[in-house]
Design a protein. Structure first.
Lengths: 65, 706
């Protein structure tokens, strides 16, 4: 049943990654504000829709590379 | 601060949506065909690529990876840029992701019906396609991670956390479960064997449910329910707890698929405990989703999108209640191998996954095409027949599962099995199979209405490919910030680190090779398969026999009475891949070859039964496999198979590959002579004889030693 040891190791590594992610999230202030993110997503709609790319104002080109 | 302007590109969201619609209908059509084949077993006739056991993987894979997968990709490509205030990082990567994924699905739909399979449920793809999957998954991950790096918003909304967990975990699971040594371009043997292979497979299998069918859909839920209802999520704090608790607990639940098997007890207990704990975060999530709609129930009454979401989230709650319950050993003893499991997973897919997909698409298509939904009434009709279809599908199968399990377990007052003939327990539940097919048909009709509705909606509007938006740039990180923050500012380094993380998955490949030694059996009577049996085993795998026949006798009196001695881990060490199965539509075959057991059948019986089961048992629902008597074994590959098996630790003597074909033919001629003497005209090198040889070997080793 040696594979179970491998799986437990992988499981712990994955859980460890998750733990690091969690610690990072807390330390970097992700969870300082537990209210406004839920409201903000309701107001994030784009300003206009179009079939043309706004070349002048668009940062898309540089973003795309 | 000056606002930066940027443009979202809706092209890939749109593509993924139509792929979801198209593959969704396909997956349901194939599933419906399979459901009807269980009632009319000879529907497939002599067409090998239509037989139940070959199209069942097409159905499951299309539902999971094509329908649900494309659905959450659409959600990710739509919600991520808007949440992070930046377009997706790269259009070429996005295109490779989209077309690569569709190409993989197409390859799956072509290879499975031709019997090209690894036989691991939801990981059946043959090894060259597996490599493609990993490549496309890496492309998807890069695109997602780099978008995250380029974000203008500091806070990462909870939905995105779910997307990230999906990517990371599936990458690791997929690689480990598909570690195999190729024999030919279409055939490979998994590195792990027997119970080890089973454990790896179900560790993957359950996490595929967790991280492919659950976490990304929860991300969808946390984005789309608030957007559609125009209400903030009930509790953002609860969503964060939901996320972290869920991903920590899910990775340990896999062993609950192997309760009462030869897996060590402590591993089974671990799986049970974590499965039971999972109910807490799961229900936290369900409550959070439903309570978001508090004070908005008037909207739910009007809006088919929200109705879909409500049923979807409720189904999530139901199946995550049922899951822990089915993981309890006492319940599992009854439910395992029965249709109960099929009912359970369909509450998950038809209820949770599909309803969330339908709702999202009903909302997104009018938005992307700048128009109103073509017909709200039609969407309401779809909602009702989908909900009823799901119930008509699942409830009869719950009864079928109970009924059959209780019949298997029943003893007469004299102490004999009340239903010694397995077939009796099948014909008893056939009416439920009819109802299931009816429910499935309803659901399928709903999906057609859905397709028509979104198609007409798109046709009446015009596609708005781009959306302009503006946002303040993200504040630059202060110099003393942690390593991760520094990394974020350096995309290249971040990519390297991400790649190293993925490569660790690849490096793990080397470790298992050291584990091969543990495949040495603890039962000395257990010997490797003969070359003919090995060929027969490959036919068994390729035809998908494991989908209806288990090879795992649990230590219950009714099972040992019916099938013989319970299965020991030492007996299956040479099984690459394992063939425990997870459903008994037909009887268990673990001891099929043991002459002293009631299930034993002679070679000629097997021959006739494989070619046409109804000749011997008119009520049988097993399909015909007449092509087995036509197709020939490729003897040129046999030595290679022996070699690969030896590499995997199966003790064939050095140089045996040169003798293998001669041995194979000797055994073949012996069986063929017996058949011919009995009046069956069997040709040379036919698959059917190899299959018979394999069936007659099953479970015999420990009996012969007695």
């Amino acid at each position: 049943m040696s594979v179970i040891i491998l799986l437990v190791i992988i499981g712990i590594v994955v859980a460890g990654l998750f733990l690091l992610g969690f610690i990072w999230a807390v330390k970097s202030g992700q969870y300082d504000d537990m209210y406004s993110p839920s409201v903000r997503i309701l107001f994030d709609d784009a300003t206009e829709s179009t079939n043309e790319v706004d070349e002048k104002n668009s940062s898309t080109k540089s973003e795309i590379k | 601060m000056e606002l930066q302007k940027f443009t979202y590109d809706n092209k890939l969201t749109n593509y993924f949506i139509w792929a979801t619609v198209g593959w969704g209908v396909t997956a349901m059509l194939v599933g419906l065909t399979a459901a009807f084949e269980l009632i009319f077993p000879n529907m497939s006739g002599e067409i090998s690529w239509l037989v139940f056991s070959r199209i069942r993987p097409v159905h499951t894979n299309a539902a999971i990876f094509a329908f649900v997968g494309n659905g959450f990709f659409a959600a990710i490509y739509y919600s991520m840029p808007r949440l992070l205030k930046t377009p997706m990082y790269s259009k070429p990567l996005g295109n490779i992701h989209f077309w690569g994924w569709q190409f993989i699905i197409l390859l799956a739909a072509i290879t499975y019906p031709f019997g090209l399979t690894q036989s691991k449920e939801y990981a059946e793809l043959i090894w060259p396609i597996d490599i493609l999957v990993v490549l496309v998954w890496v492309v998807f991950g890069l695109n997602m991670i780099m978008t995250l790096v380029k974000r203008r918003v500091k806070h990462i909304y909870v939905a995105i956390w779910f997307y990230i967990a999906t990517w990371v975990t599936i990458a690791i699971l997929y690689i480990v479960n598909n570690l195999a040594i190729p024999v030919t371009w279409y055939l490979s043997y998994p590195v792990f064997g027997g119970i080890q292979d089973a454990l790896v497979q179900w560790w993957y299998g359950h996490n595929a449910v967790a991280f492919f069918l659950t976490t990304p859909i929860l991300g969808m839920m946390y984005y789309f329910i608030p957007k559609v209802a125009n209400r903030p999520i009930y509790s953002y704090k609860l969503s964060i707890i939901h996320f972290w608790a869920l991903i920590f607990l899910y990775i340990w639940a896999g062993p609950h698929h192997l309760l009462y098997s030869a897996l060590p007890d402590w591993a089974q207990a671990l799986g049970v405990v974590f499965s039971v704990m999972l109910i807490a975060p799961s229900w936290g999530g369900m409550i959070n989703g439903l309570l978001t709609l508090r004070g908005a129930w008037d909207k739910v009454r009007e809006d088919p999108v929200l109705k879909m979401f409500v049923v979807g989230v409720t189904a999530y709650g139901m199946s995550t209640f049922e899951g822990p319950m089915l993981s309890l050993k006492t319940v599992n003893a009854l439910s395992h191998f029965t249709d109960w499991t099929i009912a359970h997973v369909h509450i998950g897919t038809l209820g949770w996954n599909a309803m969330m997909n339908f709702g999202m698409i009903y909302w997104l298509i009018p938005k992307l095409f700048k128009t109103k939904l073509y017909s709200v009434k039609l969407a309401n009709v779809h909602f009702w027949i989908a909900t009823l279809g799901m119930l008509f599908f699942s409830i009869p199968l719950y009864f079928a599962g109970f009924t059959q399990a209780l019949m298997w377990k029943e003893f007469t007052a004299e102490g004999f099995l009340a239903y010694p003939n397995f077939l009796e327990t099948v014909t008893q539940i056939l009416p439920m199979y009819y109802l299931r097919a009816f429910g499935g048909s309803l659901y399928f009709i709903g999906a057609l209405l859905f397709t028509y509705n979104v198609w007409k909606t798109a046709a009446q509007g015009s596609f708005m490919r781009f959306e302009n938006d503006e946002a303040a740039p993200k504040p630059a990180p202060s110099p003393k910030e942690s390593g991760h923050r520094k990394l974020e500012g350096r995309p290249l380094q971040f990519t390297v680190v991400a790649l190293i993380v993925i490569l660790i998955g690849g490096l793990i490949e080397i470790v298992p090779m050291y584990l091969v030694k543990s495949n040495v059996p603890t039962i000395s009577a257990v010997k490797p398969y003969t070359p003919l049996e090995l060929e027969g085993r490959d036919v068994y795998v390729s035809e998908g026999c494991y989908l209806c026949h288990s090879q795992m006798i649990r230590p219950f009196r009714n099972e040992t009475e019916r099938y013989g001695e319970y299965t020991k881990s030492g007996e299956v060490v040479y099984n690459h891949p394992f063939q425990f199965g997870s459903k008994r539509t037909g009887p268990d075959l673990a001891r099929e070859g043991v002459k002293s057991l009631p299930n034993y059948k002679p070679n000629s019986w097997h021959y006739s039964h494989l070619v046409n089961p109804q000749i011997l048992s008119p009520e049988s629902i097993m399909p015909q496999y007449p092509w087995l008597a036509e197709n020939e074994i490729d003897l040129s590959v046999t030595p290679k198979k022996i070699n690969v098996m030896r590499t995997l630790g199966v003790p064939y003597p050095e140089g045996y590959e040169d003798q293998a074909v001669a041995d194979l033919q000797a055994q073949y001629n012996k069986i063929a002579k017996g058949l011919r003497d009995g009046g069956i005209d069997v040709g040379d090198n036919k698959e059917i004889v190899a299959m018979i040889a394999y069936l007659q070997r099953l479970g015999t080793d420990v009996y012969n030693a007695k």
